[in-house]
Write a protein that binds this ligand. Sequence first.
Ligand code: PLP
Length: 371
Amino acid sequence: MTFVPVNEPLLTDAERSNLNACIDQGWLSSEGPFVARFEAAVAEQAGRRHGIAVSSGSGALEVAVAALELGPGDEVIVPSMTIISSLAPIVRAGATPVLVDVRADTWNMDVGQVAERVTPRTRAVMVVHLYGLPVDMEPILAIAERHGLAVIEDAAEMHGQDYRGRPCGGFGDLSVFSFYANKHVTTGEGGMLLTDDDGLAERCRSLRNLCFDNVRRFVHDELGWNFRMTNMQAAVGLAQMERLRGIVERKREIGRFYTERLRTVDGLILPLERTGYAENIYWVYGLVLDDSVDFEASTAMSRLQAANVGTRPFFWPMHEQPVFRRARLFEGETYPVTERLARRGFYVPSGLALTDEQQLAVCDAVAGMMA
Ligand SMILES: *Cc1c(COP(=O)(O)O)cnc(C)c1O
């Protein structure tokens, strides 16, 4: 078996045809017609009034934090296990990230810890849905309501996922998607902000486009970014939005295939298939080594690499990041579940181009590596 990459996207004639239209019509930049169509399609799927396309999910989070005017003196509650893109905009804005641990079963933010971390300075909660299951939103929304907190929903990994029958990307003040190549809707690089608030939408549009003035174009009242998405990226994304249901079904099929075959392998904790509020969408298929295993994820991943299987580790804890340690953030804090998952968890190939033959080879390699 040749090497099985951890993610390979699946592109079709629909993307090709949309890209040809960009070339035929001569529209490459963000001014082209696919951008507005893609924004409308993503917003509609998530049940939102506004979609604002940007150049990455990380950029979308920068815009979200700026749009909500979070800054010095403000605290933002965020999970300790997440991508750096969650914390970077908070820290750059001069606000203070306040961490909560994740749960050992769902690998998602421990909602029970959020209330304990609210102080008079808390301004927002940034929710990050990880790996395939959404965060339990209802308790978060209730806490936010009670304390007047803004909610940012990072749905980067949740295209087409639901929470209690309502689409992810539809919760809180601002939601964010990523369309990076490993996301199951991809534009290569790309992201989007979603909101129901007309004022916030206006701010996001301005912030992604350098805050040009509507009347005196090159006069700036505020600093923004050029985070615009190209027409070509939107063309590719739109083609995938049109087959989103099929994409979600295929991701779930890949997940079930792994679960059926890996259930009998000793030492592995598999992803939860469902919770009371959602069915796993398996953005990635994570594996966690249980207590009986005397090696860590790094060893498992090098063994799998030797068996021609690509993997990635789980996210590294935010409180253990050198960049934050140097800034004396999170001193003396521990988040035991995150620390353990970071050392014992990794994920195996689950891209949409994965074949059954490749999946069987991955299962064999995993079983062999554990034996
Ligand atoms: C991928 C991802 C991002 C960042 O998106 P980019 O488009 O790669 O910048 C943010 N949050 C989460 C949870 C992600 O998985």
